[in-house]
Write a protein that binds this ligand. Structure first.
Ligand code: ADE
Ligand code: ZN
Length: 331
């Protein structure tokens, strides 16, 4: 099964590129940029990744990214991840990035875009890995700031495959960002949002009704609301589920207790993703393998999950056909 899951052409729809920053690279960039870290060693950093909830993770996540200062840093961050993903059999990556988390540190959007854009070109050329870019708004900051970032991104609108919504969910409902997402819709930019990770099912409804999203990131709490589950199924809304993330952030107690089997049983369109692989103990292959161990799924189930991700990806018709063919050839 390991060989099968490694070979399976996996498409990742939910990754925060800043959450792919492994402690080794964090230390290298800290040295390069003269940034002080609160850890004495790589091992000490990893040992600190013991989270009680989403906020306890976000505190270290925002602190970790303080080493990212130049376009070269963002390039190296992304290429480091793309190489690892490629080695695990990932063929397409859609990465969220958090411009506001950099802007508050004095790192402006053009620096981030230059580094990530270069890395995307290198990934395509050197690894044959296609990528998409999702500019995420931090929901625990003002909507006016999100709107300002969207306007500031005007030179890059055509490079954005979608806008997203992340960071601390509780108390920050999608409704706070209705205008921002309406503006993105008028610009023709697709929309996704984190909802129903720690927040209630109502946030998933709001994301659909008010933000007009085409995918829900996480969404696992939908099961508390049977009517919502029926709607998600009928409308074919894709959920980007992150199994190891949910365990590490205590959304579920352990993977065996994760609602993934019920979500599939309910007929929902489910995908598996890594979220913040450097912080949650594994990339795409680890997430697939962990699910195999926890749920005993057969090959057909993984082919279905990988296939759903291909259908829901922000890619051209031509690329989607190529990905479908890769999947068919691999089994
Ligand atoms: N930012 C990075 N990872 C996140 C997650 N799992 N949920 C919300 N915001 C995030
Ligand atoms: Zn996420």
């Amino acid at each position: 099964m390991h060989d099968f899951l490694k070979r399976l052409p996996k498409v990742e729809l939910h990754l925060h590129i800043e959450g792919s920053l492994e402690p080794e690279l964090m230390f290298a960039l800290a040295e390069r940029n003269g940034v002080a870290l609160p850890y004495a060693s790589v091992e000490e950093a990893r040992a600190a990744y013991d989270f009680t909830d989403l906020q306890s993770f976000l505190d270290l996540y925002y602190q970790g990214m303080s080493v990212l200062r130049t376009a070269e840093d963002f390039h190296d961050l992304a290429m480091d991840y793309f190489r690892r993903a490629h080695a695990e059999g990932v063929v397409h990556v859609e990465m969220h990035f958090d411009p506001q988390a950099h802007r508050v540190r004095g790192i402006e959007l053009p620096v981030v875009m230059e580094g990530l854009s270069l890395a995307r070109r290198h990934a395509e050329r050197e690894l044959g890995l296609s990528t998409a870019l999702i500019m995420a708004f931090l929901r625990d900051r003002d909507a006016s700031e999100a709107m300002a970032v969207l306007e500031e991104a005007a030179p890059y609108w055509e490079m954005l495959d979608a806008v997203g919504l992340d960071s601390a969910e509780r108390g920050n409902p999608p409704s706070k960002f209705t205008e921002v997402f309406e503006r993105a819709a008028r610009l023709g930019i697709p929309r996704v949002a984190h909802a129903g990770e720690e927040g209630p099912p109502e946030y998933i409804r709001e994301a659909l009704d008010l933000l007009d999203v085409c995918r829900i990131d996480h969404g696992v709490r939908c099961l508390e609301d049977p009517e919502l589950v029926a709607r998600l199924r009928d409308e074919g809304v894709v959920l980007t589920v992150c199994p190891l993330s949910n365990v590490r952030l205590k959304v579920v107690e352990r993977l065996e207790a994760h609602p993934l089997p019920q979500l599939l049983e309910a007929g929902l369109r489910i995908t598996l993703n890594s979220d913040d692989p450097a912080y949650f103990g594994g990339g795409m292959l680890d997430n697939y393998l962990a699910c195999q161990r926890a749920f005993g799924w057969d090959e057909a189930t993984f082919i279905q999950l990988a296939g759903t991700a291909i259908e829901a990806a922000f890619v051209s018709d031509q690329r989607r056909l190529a990905l479908r063919r890769r999947l068919a050839d691999s089994v």
